[in-house]
Design a binder for this molecule. Structure first.
Ligand SMILES: [Fe+2]
Ligand SMILES: [Fe+2]
Ligand SMILES: [Fe+2]
Length: 281
């Protein structure tokens, strides 16, 4: 019975994941401005949806999916992208309506209805952005820069996306409340890093490639923390190396600032691991 609910909720979760990355890609590619800010705000609402769905899945004894649903990434102009985003919302609306009909649990039904009303509102926002983008003749600010600077920034983007998924997964799967809280906090911090690196890359005429590498899916808290410490140590060293190599001051400063955050993460996770191991003895 529960599987009949977990599976559609995971489909919804994958749809939210796709929407978040699609909308962020569009917002970053438009450069700074009012519309980009509003689109990022919509992406943040999709993150809340993802969060509610994941917590519900875990509550039912399921495992939240790390897969990303289909994205609509084509289009030459911002108006085209906004049409794609309207389509993405249409798909989400259709899927939520279907799942609301199919699921009996009143609490879950209520949650999906709550999400559905957001999606309808987002659809309207994106329709409005189609007009606005046409009037403003908004275009793609990304360039085709492929040098070492672009490589480093895209390496960082890949890393940040990976740890966002990893810390969220660990947050959903651990029963340690302190770990849960820190994972949420640090995942939000990694989202900031993803945004800074992506915006910097677009500003430097590159194209962010928002793909992730392997996500640790440990289910024991100590194993999660060990994996998280390992990745933070590696990445802090890599940001440090990259900052030394880069001559552009603004980028150097950004990489060093992120490096310092990663060192902080390593220390926070190391303390939590000590506490967690202390509990077992
Ligand atoms: Fe959503
Ligand atoms: Fe980071
Ligand atoms: Fe980190």
């Amino acid at each position: 019975m529960k599987d009949n609910v977990i599976s559609p909720l995971n489909d919804d979760l994958e749809g939210e994941h796709a929407a978040i990355i699609q909308y962020l890609t569009h917002a970053y590619a438009m450069g700074e401005g009012e519309m980009a800010c509003e689109i990022e705000a919509i992406a943040r609402e999709e993150m809340r949806h993802l969060d509610w769905l994941a917590e519900t899945i875990v509550g039912l004894g399921g495992v939240p999916s790390l897969k990303r649903g289909d994205m609509r990434m084509g289009g030459e102009s911002v108006a085209d992208w906004m049409r794609n985003d309207v389509q993405q919302e249409d798909d989400a609306i259709a899927m939520y309506e279907e799942h609301i009909k199919a699921i009996d649990d009143p609490k879950i039904k209520r949650l999906l209805e709550r999400i559905l009303s957001d999606e309808k509102s987002h659809r309207g926002d994106f329709e409005h952005f189609v007009d606005k983008a046409q009037k403003e003749r908004a275009g793609d600010l990304r360039g085709s820069r492929q040098d070492r600077v672009a490589q480093i920034l895209n390496w960082g983007i890949e890393h940040e996306y990976t740890v966002i998924l990893q810390y969220l997964f660990h947050r959903y799967m651990t029963s340690n409340e302190d770990v849960k809280r820190e994972m949420e906090d640090q995942a939000i911090n990694e989202m900031q890093h993803l945004g800074w690196l992506s915006e910097k890359l677009v500003g430097k005429r590159g194209t962010p490639r928002i793909e992730h590498s392997k996500v640790d899916q440990s289910t024991k808290t100590a194993d999660m923390l060990s994996a998280d410490i390992k990745i933070e140590q590696e990445v802090a060293a890599e940001y440090d190396r990259a900052a030394k190599e880069i001559e552009e001051t603004d980028l150097k400063e950004l990489l060093l600032r992120i490096r310092d955050h990663e060192i902080y993460h390593t220390e926070v996770f190391s303390d939590l691991l000590k506490e967690e191991e202390g509990k077992g003895q």
